[in-house]
Design a protein around this ligand. Structure first.
Ligand code: UD1
Length: 416
């Protein structure tokens, strides 16, 4: 069955190593298309979204090999510009290939990308600003075809911050004619990783990690070996689990520099964090007797991807709290499932009011998307009795082996 069985109610106690970042691996794998030759990407997590990206690269004529978490991409045979719909449809990051393919081959056709159902998730910004770089795009209901003779640098003034659009425009800009300015650019650590990978390959990018990127187009990029940073969202998920169950866990390789807002929120909610040279020690469940407020936002604000796991933490905290979601309009899909487990949550527009001190109980609940699915597992760990979280495939999109990791952390979980 496509599910996880969780015997809840145990304190966590153990250690695990945090996998490489999904959201950094995907655009970096797309970026290998810009480079003629073989790039080696280390610490690429074994997750289904990365496998889809590997398959997409193969369908375009690349040779992709994996040894553990090292992925080698040889782009010398790049030939196709049409992407297979089965992989594009399931993964939002396939849109990243548009910028990269336009830069390398000048044309691409694809169906509209998929991804988690956490909101409308249009790609209008990607298209609008690629057009400003000289791309001719024809769109119909099913998808798009884009073409350009030579990408032209331009000053791109985005109406709001978008992680995906920033990444796509970076990929289009690094080998464009002239200078491209992207403003406001997203500042997420995953964007910084993409810029670092491209800089190693010879790209001229200024302002990485700020909201203004200035990119001087270069003629060509050279193959490189690059190590993807650890996944801040996976680390945050296990941190939230420990806050719900109590206990003490060590998260080896947790990228603390990328987790400031999450760690400070965790401390405000009663967790103790000890910083070790190779990770963090988390002591959970010493809840503060205040109501908590979390507002999601673009980095460095509290990440929308951590919102669902922290909703569970609020549920079991003494006084509950309030969550304002400002990034995706459909990120409260787990609320009815959490209520089945005994949570007391009401949603008004983009604000969720979370009653505290809920005694969660085991239930059969259904994951509807990646981070919400992981949050249901977190809730089940805190619940009395046995739970089953179905639709495990959503969780597998982003967590390398959540059952193994949680077992290492002392949880009683198994595949179901
Ligand atoms: C990325 C992350 C996702 C994270 C999100 C916000 C990846 C693979 N996914 O998603 O995990 O939750 O950033 O940190 O890295 N928007 C438009 N038009 C566009 C593009 C975006 O209206 O052309 C809107 C979206 O609907 C959303 C908001 O902008 O409401 C932010 O989206 P964006 O930052 O682009 O997120 P993703 O790149 O999809």
């Amino acid at each position: 069955m496509d599910a996880i069985r969780i015997y809840g109610g145990n304190c966590l106690d153990g250690q695990t190593t945090i996998q490489g970042s999904k959201n950094a691996s995907l655009p970096i794998l797309a970026a290998t298309l810009l480079i003629n030759g073989t790039c080696e990407i280390e610490n690429c997590p074994n997750i289904s979204d990365v496998y889809h990206m590997q398959r997409l690269l193969e369908s375009l004529g690349c040779i992709v090999e994996r040894e553990g978490t090292l992925v080698r991409v040889n782009t010398e045979g790049l030939s196709e510009c049409d992407m297979p719909s089965d992989s594009v449809g399931v993964m939002r990051s396939s849109v990243m290939l548009v910028g990269a393919l336009l830069a390398r081959t000048g044309s691409v056709c694809m169906e509209y990308p998929g991804g988690c159902v956490i909101g409308a998730r249009p790609i209008d910004l990607h298209m609008r600003f690629l057009r400003q770089m000289g791309v001719v795009i024809e769109e119909n209901e099913a998808g798009l075809c884009a073409e350009v003779t030579r990408l032209k640098g331009a000053t791109l003034k985005l109406p709001f911050v978008s992680v995906g659009a920033t990444e796509n425009l970076i990929l289009a800009a690094v080998m464009a004619d002239g200078v491209t300015v992207i403003e406001p650019a997203a500042r997420e650590p995953e964007i910084q990783a993409l810029c670092e990978f491209l800089q190693y390959a010879g790209a001229q990018i200024e302002g990485s990690g700020t909201d203004r990127l200035v990119i001087h187009g270069v003629e060509r990029l050279a193959p490189v070996r690059y190590r993807v940073p650890s996944d801040r969202i996976v680390a945050g998920t296990y941190l939230s689990a420990c806050m719900c169950t109590g206990g003490r866990i060590f998260l080896r390789g947790a990228p603390v520099d990328h987790m400031e807002s999450v760690l400070s929120q965790a401390v405000m909610m009663g967790a103790a964090i000890e910083y070790e040279p190779d990770g963090i020690l988390v002591t959970g469940k010493d809840h503060e007797s205040i109501r908590h407020t979390v507002t999601t936002g673009c980095y460095p604000a509290f990440p929308t991807d951590m919102q669902s796991p922290f909703m569970v933490v609020m549920t079991v905290s003494e006084h509950g709290g309030c969550i304002e979601e400002t990034v995706f309009e459909n990120r409260f899909r787990i609320v009815p499932e959490l209520c089945k487990m005994g949570a007391d949550i009401t949603v008004h527009g983009n604000v969720a009011h979370v009653g505290g001190n809920s005694r969660l109980h085991g239930a059969i609940v259904h994951a509807a998307e990646l981070r919400g699915g992981a949050a249901l597992v977190v809730a089940a760990l805190a619940a009395e009795g046995t739970s089953i979280v179905t639709n495990r495939h959503y969780i597998d999109r982003g967590y390398e082996d959540i059952v193994l990791s949680l077992r290492e952390l002392g949880a009683d979980v198994e595949l179901a």
